[in-house]
Design a protein around this ligand. Sequence first.
Ligand SMILES: Nc1nc2c(ncn2[C@@H]2O[C@H](COP(=O)(O)OP(=O)(O)O)[C@@H](O)[C@H]2O)c(=O)[nH]1
Ligand SMILES: *[C@@H]1O[C@H](CO)[C@@H](O)[C@H](O)[C@H]1NC(C)=O
Ligand SMILES: *[C@@H]1O[C@H](CO)[C@@H](O)[C@H](O)[C@H]1NC(C)=O
Ligand SMILES: *[C@@H]1O[C@H](CO)[C@@H](O)[C@H](O)[C@H]1NC(C)=O
Ligand SMILES: [Mg+2]
Length: 420
Amino acid sequence: WNLLTICFLLLGVVAAPLAAAETQRVHAGFCYFRYLLYDVNPPEGFNLRRDVYIRMASLVKTLRTAGDDWVLVLPPWGRLYHWQSPNIYQLRIPWGEFFSLTSLQANVPVMEYEEFIAENGGPFIDQVLVLQNYAEGWTDGKWEEKVDERPCIEKLMYSKDKQGYYRGWFWSYEETRARNLTCISAQGHASIMAPVLQKNITVTSVMLDRAETLLHDHYAGKDYWDTRRSMVFAKHLRLIGDDFRAKHLNSTDSSDHTFYSEDWTRMQAKLGSAKGGPYLGVHLRRKDFIWGHREDVPTLKGAVKKMRSLMKKHKLDRVFVATDADGEELKELKRYLPEMVQFEASTEDLELFKDGGVAIIDQWICAHARFFIGTSVSTFSFRIHEEREILGFDPKTTYNRFCGDSEKECEQPTHWKIVY
Ligand SMILES: Nc1nc2c(ncn2[C@@H]2O[C@H](COP(=O)(O)OP(=O)(O)O)[C@@H](O)[C@H]2O)c(=O)[nH]1
Ligand SMILES: *[C@@H]1O[C@H](CO)[C@@H](O)[C@H](O)[C@H]1NC(C)=O
Ligand SMILES: *[C@@H]1O[C@H](CO)[C@@H](O)[C@H](O)[C@H]1NC(C)=O
Ligand SMILES: *[C@@H]1O[C@H](CO)[C@@H](O)[C@H](O)[C@H]1NC(C)=O
Ligand SMILES: [Mg+2]
């Protein structure tokens, strides 16, 4: 029995005869919830943010084992650097638009930010902790885990208002304010914050800003994979992807042996059991990945040459390409590879799914390909690897990346096995 269960039981018994307003009071009286909020460095993209979620879920699990009833508040999506489609509103997007909340809930208690505002009695956060490294770096060049309250190193992205509250970005909820703010130097895995949140800080709601500062508790361990598996894409996006597979790629779950259960706790596909649709899946990352002239990223010509050789080798006559290439590059790519299949969202689709939803549909389609090749150190490609691992693909068909045209040692991605 955890606290939440007891809490709900009490609520059920006591609250039944009471009016709604009183239920609220009973709720507050019997159940002491604490809320963990977090945010990530603004320039970080969608798929690194998904990774930071895993770290925060792990921290909440640690906090909950010690007694208090912590809930993870999901930071609304918006103002992401890559989400540049014009004329669509892409702020304050709840997680439910991209992920299945019931699936997330089966891993750790979560709530949307607007639910938090309602439950908390207003847009107030008791304490913001801005995470940072140590000004002095690693002392003696030695790595050790530590956390200390320290003066803020960088210029704060918050300012104090006339009432003494802290104002900041807060996912564009400009009415949100924080009662207190301190900087914390932290070096280590996410759960090093647990003692601080339990002992040093007693207020109800705490936000960790720059949460990416904290590392994974145990990368690719059971807890990592539980959380990762719980990040089931929202059903409407999966359905669009499935329709597209059927219509354009002759790909269905029954012919491809890619069985999926929304209840992730019941999924345990054997490696090699998934066959995948009769197409090559490609994630070709461009934009900021080519601006720096990175030597591990191919030219378009080089990439197409590799695609053709893979299609031949695996006897696939179709190729699905997910890419963030800009207009010019896309034209060039289509010249080299006229038969390529792309998910092209109409204006209405884009309004409905937003750039994030379209990215998820692209990932979902790549995840169902017979053979996949991605881009070096792209978290967008990494999340596709994981999705394919969940579906039960042979690792040989998944952990592949393009090499730069003149890259010497082209190390291929690591196979991370699911721990069930
Ligand atoms: N739809 C779509 N968007 C992409 C694709 N590649 C990159 N993007 C966009 O660019 C962003 C890349 O940032 P991020 O998620 O951080 O991945 P990374 O930078 O490749 O590690 C994604 O979140 C998408 O918004 C793609 O193949 N399809
Ligand atoms: C937490 O409290 C302990 C004991 O009072 C103190 O030594 C430590 O520096 C505090 N840590 C933080 C991050 O405030
Ligand atoms: C703000 O938080 C710090 C760190 O927890 C604490 O020492 C300080 O007393 C708080 N200030 C106020 C006004 O509550
Ligand atoms: C689609 O795939 C099935 C096998 O799953 C195959 O029998 C059929 O010929 C394919 N159709 C086309 C148009 O490629
Ligand atoms: Mg990125």
